[in-house]
Design a protein around this ligand. Sequence first.
Ligand SMILES: N[C@@H](CCC(=O)N[C@@H](CS)C(=O)NCC(=O)O)C(=O)O
Length: 141
Amino acid sequence: MKLYYWPKTRAFRALWMLEEMRVPYDLEFVNIRAGAQNETAFNRVNPMCKLPALEDRGACIAESGAVLLYLADRYPETQLGVALDDPARGRFLQWMFFTGSCLEPAMAERITGAQSNTVSFGWGDLGRVEHAIESALEEGP
Ligand SMILES: N[C@@H](CCC(=O)N[C@@H](CS)C(=O)NCC(=O)O)C(=O)O
């Protein structure tokens, strides 16, 4: 198992997960500040030229949510995921996808001041994202 990594990037999500799981892994540093993500060797791992990326038994996985889910499923004994037949699995997946598909784009939109379109854009806007998170937290931990 190899994690393509650089400090202070989203690859920290995967590193944190691997450490919590206490499973063996190797780190391969990809210096995105020096442009190493654009080199051909890394392009074969992730054509999006982004971290994190994980390599396991010849398969390459990118997108931090997918990497975390892959690890949770690969090591069920670590109990960092939710079992396939558990009714809580749906909510687990919902929040796993939420960061990349709603929270991050809504934050980027707000930070850059880009024009929003709450109906057409999949993330709604930051107000809706905040409302969804607050509603979920009202239900309990
Ligand atoms: N949706 C991706 C985003 C990954 C991403 O943007 N990673 C940044 C570092 S935090 C990166 O590798 N940037 C290098 C580049 O785009 O050239 C994920 O969640 O894995």
